[in-house]
Design a binder for this molecule. Sequence first.
Ligand code: FNR
Length: 386
Amino acid sequence: MKMKNAVNIDDLRRLARRRLPRVVFDYLDGGAEDELTLRANRRAFDDLTLRPRLLGGGRVDLSTEIFGQSYSAPFLIGPTGLSGIYWPEGDLHLAGAAAEAGIGFALSTGSNASMETIARRIDAPRWFQLYPWGGPEFSEALVERAAAAGYSALILTLDSLVGGKRERDLRHGFSHEIRMSAPVVLDGLMHPRWLASVWFGRHRPRFENLIPFLGDAASDRDLAEFTRSQRNPHFSWEDVRRIRGLWPGPLLIKGVMCAEDAIRARAEGADGIVVSNHGGRQLDGAPASLSVLPEIVAALDEGATVLLDGGIRRGSDIVKALALGAQGVLLGRAPLYGLAAGGREGVARALAILADEMQRTMILTGCDAPRHLGRDHLALRTDPPP
Ligand code: FNR
């Protein structure tokens, strides 16, 4: 299938499943344990219905300002690690497609391209995501580098003190690196284009942000081992305050799922939060991120920036999140399915699909701008979903 024939994100997901070996697709697609939260994220959108108003959305303008920067739409590509395992130089294609579409992009600590490489090659606004790993010197070094490389906002992800129990990955023996066991080799041989371009290609995915900690001679295995060894379950709110003091720009806390933590994040100096359960990859049994959004919006002051992620697969999902009070949303898997299906063209396709669907939904809902979306555009569902 050609990229332009993919009519929705699910088509791109199917293409990704075809192109990737199972171990790689499952890392992208899967969630923790019974994947209850993964499914709940989707169901929450399905359970929320829109309340259309006639004739109000003739001139829709999706453009949105976040932290003083104007973007073409209220969604951005969120941080995801290891994106080079889907397509060579995956991070560059995600950042490049975001720049071409005029939307935001956040680079993960666990990216394959280093933050300096992205800054050099993609001239567009970008954010950096920091994991609460290691001791103070680890975060200090990364925060300094992000500021020096021109990243404008910092996302501190706090829902990952330990890794979620991702059972698809455990079954494949996958943990930050692909081990060439017999089943994996066989599966790789069944996906020769992936094998040739990613595994035997010129840009083998490695954790390039972390090379300065180990030196240029570090092997892929050393870097993967380093990421596993840096988890720090003792990371605390005092550390959040310390990082606040180090970072000159806007700071977002990602992984907030209740009003108390949203208030605490604000009290520690965060400019905003990302309501997120990590796409159902961490705490299984956590509620859908959409379902906790109203209590969080209600608890925060007007000045706080509230973003949401988890389960966004349709333009109408973005409309629903904004109607419940988010200023914008982060995309996780949607652009990754595009990347795995067709590189930069696939990411661009995912972004175009979502922008088109959002535009259409706004017109049909009778709303001309994201900032005008509100509760009156939602109807609470009374019948069970099909
Ligand atoms: C993630 N996510 C993530 N979050 C983060 O803060 N740092 C990271 O490195 C990663 N890595 C990562 C890898 C993969 C493969 C996925 C799918 C997700 C979580 C991500 O930012 C976001 O919270 C979720 O993906 C949102 O849910 P959806 O849109 O994927 O349903």
